[in-house]
Ligand binder design. Structure first.
Ligand code: NAP
Length: 419
């Protein structure tokens, strides 16, 4: 059978773009399915840059890019501008689009999905979240898998690598230098360290769960650098560890979200995951959660997910996500974390463990466990609403203590910690 030629234009030809072109040229996977994928052009800023792999005609003009007949566009340039205008133009010209761009889908997902629906063409973005784990299709197109009332994950590999290194006793600067050297982190890794990257990915998942107007700025976001090295020792004394968590609850009785470090019980699935590994857990009611896990970044794994999206589209198997109707959560509901148990730590405090315990009891967040490790006093509290524990923490801060307040992720939290 003669394979059908598919003329692909790449919007961006950096690490991921080059990996896509190399994989499309070298693998038999598409050919075996009757697809002859040919990258016929790529848009870049600087055609003079050294690049590796397959040779592709490069251009710097968006108009020139669209002057060629294309069967599909792959957007791997990153950022919102000019990616938004380019993707929109492709969709409105009837060209299906595959993108790996979380910033774009978090900021403009609603508009782009509408443009794709109007034009009747596909817009696939499995590689935008957990790049190497093609799972968005399950969340987006399957009514039972796709109805979680809680999503919890480790969505950023760089901050996870840093947290693991800190837990092993390394300094932050040392761990960051290694992450950059290994290619896990960019020299400018502010989006990873600050939590912005994870917030964008959680926003995309929240859209799919029905909270369609959420923007990353609605979410409470804290960087992994908020955690002191001593917190990892304290966490260990509490039978837990600290991980960079992104979590959203759409439960109307206890909605909320958190993007940042969290205390994770050793028996929680997130506790055993390591390095740049990512995972996402979908919970619905009291049912056992469904978990997807695997590599969260890297040009090669991302290219595989992108080309899986391409194959689905070309085979006519791609379906638009069914969004809305499943969750009544509004963006305003996700501006603070849901009620739950808390990790409250004080350093440089002028009080002792007993005073700390009494303070928490008076503020209606009694400690379940208290530890004093290396000059830090910390509690794992009973479940309480955010505003209650915040009030208790604010009093300690105004008394001069260095306070850290994090949510606790335990394996049963979705079932029995509602308040
Ligand atoms: N790297 C990963 O592991 C990974 C994983 C999952 C998702 N992603 C996503 O994939 C996308 C691409 O990532 P990447 O790592 O491949 O980035 P990258 O190496 O920086 O490549 C970006 C490419 O886009 C081009 N470009 C950027 N702005 C442009 C503009 N205004 N006009 C024309 N061309 C422009 C660049 O041109 P020049 O080459 O001339 O500079 C470059 O070729 C991002 O959205 C990223 O979040 C990346």
């Amino acid at each position: 059978v003669e394979a059908a030629v598919c003329r692909i234009g790449l919007l961006g030809f950096g690490r991921v773009g080059q990996a896509v072109a190399a994989l499309a040229a070298s693998s038999n996977q598409l050919g075996d399915r009757g697809i002859d994928a040919r990258v016929v052009t790529a848009l870049v800023r600087d055609p003079g840059k050294p690049r590796s792999g397959a040779r592709v005609p490069l251009g710097t003009s968006v108009r020139g890019f669209f002057d060629r007949p294309l069967d599909l566009a792959i957007e791997v340039m990153g950022g919102v501008d000019p990616a938004y205008a380019c993707v929109r133009q492709a969709l409105e010209s009837g060209i299906p689009v595959v993108t790996a761009n979380k910033s774009l889908m978090a900021a403009k997902g609603e508009e782009l999905r509408a443009a794709a629906a109007r034009a009747g063409v596909a817009l696939a973005y499995d590689a935008a979240v957990l790049a190497g784990v093609p799972f968005i299709g399950a969340l987006a197109r399957r009514p039972f898998a796709g109805a979680p009332d809680r999503i919890t994950g480790i969505l950023n590999g760089t901050s996870h690598f840093l947290a693991c290194a800190l837990a092993a006793g390394r300094s932050f600067d040392d761990a960051l230098a290694e992450a950059i050297e290994r290619g896990y982190a960019e020299p400018d890794c502010s989006a990873d360290v600050s939590g912005r990257d994870a917030a964008e990915k959680l926003t995309i998942l929240a859209h799919l769960a029905g909270c369609r107007h959420l923007v990353p700025g609605d979410l409470p976001v804290f960087g992994i650098d908020a955690v002191h090295a001593a917190d990892f020792d304290v966490a260990r004394a509490l039978g837990a560890t600290i991980k960079p968590i992104a979590s959203a609850s759409f439960d109307p009785g206890n909605p909320g979200a958190w993007v940042g470090p969290a205390l994770v019980d050793v028996n929680h699935p997130a506790a055993s995951s390591r390095g740049v590994h990512n995972f996402v857990e979908l919970r619905e009611g009291d049912r056992a959660p469904v978990t997807f896990a695997g590599p969260g970044a890297g040009p090669d794994v991302t290219a595989r997910t992108i080309l899986d999206d391409v194959a689905e589209i070309l085979a006519g198997a791609w379906r638009a996500p069914a969004i809305g109707g499943r969750s009544a959560a509004r963006p305003a509901d996700l501006r603070q974390p849901p009620a739950g148990a808390w990790y409250l730590r004080a350093r440089h405090a002028s009080f002792g463990v007993e005073d700390f315990a009494e303070h928490l009891a008076v503020h209606r967040v009694p400690a379940l466990r208290l530890v004093s490790v290396g000059g830090a006093i910390a509690a794992r509290t009973t479940p309480a609403p955010w505003h209650t524990v915040r009030a208790a923490a604010d009093v300690l801060t105004s008394g001069g203590a260095d306070v850290l307040l994090l949510p606790v992720m335990d394996a049963t939290e979705a079932n029995d910690e509602r308040r």
